[in-house]
Design a protein around this ligand. Structure first.
Ligand code: CU
Length: 347
């Protein structure tokens, strides 16, 4: 409702300005063009100054309103670099924005029409051209170089001691796989995928799959201070793993593996204290419009201490365990499960 009122007020202000302009035009016809022209110029010059002041105040108001709705401090080491990059960019572009806009409106006011002044005609000035092309070009290039360096870091080879976790998007949730004790994620074949007992299409002939832990509740468990490499994929359409609290995101593309790595630096419990919110949770959002359930494609990240993580991991069952007993050799299993595993192994 307040949004509607704001839009209405803005429209009203424009309407009033339009009416004033129209009225002064009519008054001009009655009083003589020259005099009215001078008055209109003065009015416009002042209106521009007011527009600038109100505009700057509006910008400050927006920031003030949104300040406490911002994300908390970055929870990853890469995120700290991203934040500093963002702040530097905002400061540089902010200063330039303010200076150029202030000059623009000041010139419009200062050099409004006057009978006693004639404008100077300046066709070209090489020196000026060089200055105002080179300085922004260098500034922009530096900002882009810093951005590329950060991007390179995020997508570079993960450290040797990084834990590897696979995260796969599907309409509309995230499936997460841990490599189990052997530290190796087993092979997959998308033709083996079925929602009943093989959500990721793991090839059970590959023994590395047998201890893999698969979570279908969208929970990504990580260790504070330990680098994690995410192996990202999708089962259907393009999704995007968005980890805003860690300032990380990467597309999940069907048929292509994407990766990114980072080191969580703040545990979930610590972030609860930092934010003063006992219900705080790190979120995984899908950052790519992927269908009608996109809005609800929310996962969570739990950052543990190493001991907490190990205790949690010990409680997890390998995904394969449930089916293992249902292999053809194993008797006394329900008929249909045996069939499904047969179907998988035959493929
Ligand atoms: Cu989505």
């Amino acid at each position: 409702m307040s949004g509607f009122i704001s839009i209405f007020l803005v429209c009203l202000v424009f309407f009033i300005i339009y009416q004033i302009a129209k009225a002064s035009e009519l008054a001009g016809i009655l009083r003589g063009e020259e005099k009215t022209k001078a008055q209109t110029n003065r009015l416009m010059a002042w209106l521009l100054v007011i527009f600038f002041v109100v505009g700057v105040y509006g910008i400050w108001l927006c920031h003030d309103y949104l300040m406490d709705k911002m994300l908390p401090v970055s929870a990853s080491d890469h995120g700290v670099q991203y934040d500093s990059m963002l702040y530097i960019t905002l400061i540089v572009t902010g200063i330039v924005f303010f200076l150029t806009q202030a000059l623009l409106f000041w010139f419009a006011f200062r050099y409004q029409f006057s009978e006693n002044r004639r404008a100077t005609f300046l066709a070209h000035n090489n020196k000026l051209e060089v200055i105002w092309t080179t300085i922004p070009a260098i500034a922009m290039a530096l900002l882009v170089i810093v951005g590329l360096r950060n991007w390179g870091r995020m997508t570079s080879e993960a450290p040797k001691d990084a834990m590897v976790v696979e995260i796969v998007g599907k309409q509309f949730n995230w499936i997460i796989r841990y490599p189990g004790k052997d530290g190796v994620l087993g092979k997959k074949d998308f033709r083996l995928t079925n929602d009943a007992d093989n959500v990721l299409g793991q090839d059970w002939k590959d023994k590395n799959n047998h201890d893999d832990v698969v979570l279908q509740n969208g929970e990504l468990h990580l260790i504070k201070g330990k680098p994690v490499k995410l192996i990202i994929g999708s089962r259907d359409v393009i999704h995007d793993v968005g980890l805003a609290h860690f300032r990380m995101k990467m597309d999940a593309v069907p048929g292509i593996i994407t990766t990114m790595w980072f080191t969580p630096t703040v545990s979930t419990n610590e972030m609860k204290e930092i934010t003063g919110n006992p219900d705080f949770v790190y979120e995984i959002s899908c950052d790519q419009m992927c269908g009608k359930g996109h809005y609800a494609m929310r996962g969570t990240v739990i950052v543990h201490t190493e001991a907490e993580f190990n205790a949690w991991m010990r409680m997890q069952q390998p995904y394969y365990a449930g089916d293992k007993a249902a292999e053809p050799a194993a008797p006394a299993q329900p008929e249909q499960q045996t069939d499904s595993v047969n179907a998988i192994t035959m493929k």
